[in-house]
Design a protein around this ligand. Structure first.
Ligand code: ADP
Ligand code: MG
Length: 271
């Protein structure tokens, strides 16, 4: 029988502390010991910001998505693959895991086209080289997982014409979770979950169904929370059984949720 699979999205903002990173590694090891296969998709917000700043490139966000000109893309790719992914692999492998660094480009695993973003008023906003995933071939991830490796995937992908795209890591994680038939999607960020009254952590919403998502979209659900919640909903619709937002700055939350079934984070449900 195949093992249950968990896809963890590791957010840039929860990655900056090396001690926390090691604790995340320990949690992944725990999940493997408990019989789960683990896949990681990572972002790199703070690292990308630093790289763009250094290159004197202005960064702009539209509905939580980074506008990506060609010169910005070159820096983003360097930061994501050359820095964040490479360093994560070193760290994970120092911590008893067999991590393999990939991006959506490897073996043509993830195919993308230019994303046409529609803002709330219905107008189309040009986000540059931001991609939308059109197809995922899950064979490479499956082979790696079944052999005990932890695939660690950076969120860039190529189009059929060879154009490379930057894809929001949350969106990428949701799509990949569905494509590899993950049982669970865990989105790690730097807050406990979705707060009704941000930034008051006591106002955390523990459960959110599709109609509640519609109700809160654009008001409670803002900025970086938009792609997280949308990608969780998409993953659920495409067959992932559980989707949750947890606090990556409290790594112990992972085992508490997966193994001890504690009521933490913001769980997304269809109904
Ligand atoms: P990541 O690097 O994990 O993707 P983001 O900055 O993109 O992080 O998204 C997480 C951020 O979303 C939080 O740090 C917070 O500033 C913001 N946010 C917006 N609305 C809310 C809300 N209602 N509850 C919690 N966080 C929110
Ligand atoms: Mg984000």
């Amino acid at each position: 029988m195949s093992k249950p699979r968990i896809l963890i999205k590791y957010g840039g903002n929860a990655m900056i502390n090396p001690q926390l990173q090691q604790e995340i590694a320990a949690q992944i090891f725990k999940l493997q010991e408990a019989g789960f296969e683990v896949i990681m998709v990572h972002g790199g917000g703070p690292f990308i910001n630093k790289a763009l700043e250094k290159a004197a490139i202005q960064s702009q966000f539209v509905d939580g998505l980074r506008v990506t000109e060609a010169i910005a893309f070159a820096e983003i790719q360097k930061a994501l693959i050359g820095e964040v992914n490479a360093d994560l692999i070193s760290m994970l492998n120092q911590n008893k895991l067999k991590a393999v660094g990939l991006s959506g480009k490897d073996a043509g695993m993830v195919q993308a086209i230019k994303y046409q973003h529609k803002s709330a008023d219905g107008s189309i906003v040009d986000l540059g080289l931001v991609g939308e995933i059109t197809h995922i071939d899950n064979s490479l991830i499956t082979i790696l997982c079944e052999a005990g490796y932890v695939p660690v995937v950076a969120c860039v992908a190529d189009g059929v014409d060879g154009t490379s795209y930057n894809i929001n890591a949350d969106t990428f994680a949701g799509k990949l979770a569905a494509a590899v038939n993950a049982d669970q999607l865990i989105v790690l960020t730097d807050v406990d979950g979705l707060f009704l009254n941000y930034p008051d952590p006591a106002s955390i919403i523990h459960e959110l169904n599709e109609s509640a998502v519609k109700e809160h979209m654009g008001t409670t659900i803002q900025g970086g929370m938009i792609p997280k919640i949308q990608s969780c909903m998409l993953a659920l619709k495409e067959g992932v059984k559980k989707a949750i937002i947890l606090n990556g700055t409290k790594p112990e939350q992972i085992a508490k949720y997966v193994i001890d079934n504690e009521k933490i984070g913001t769980t997304l449900t269809l109904q």
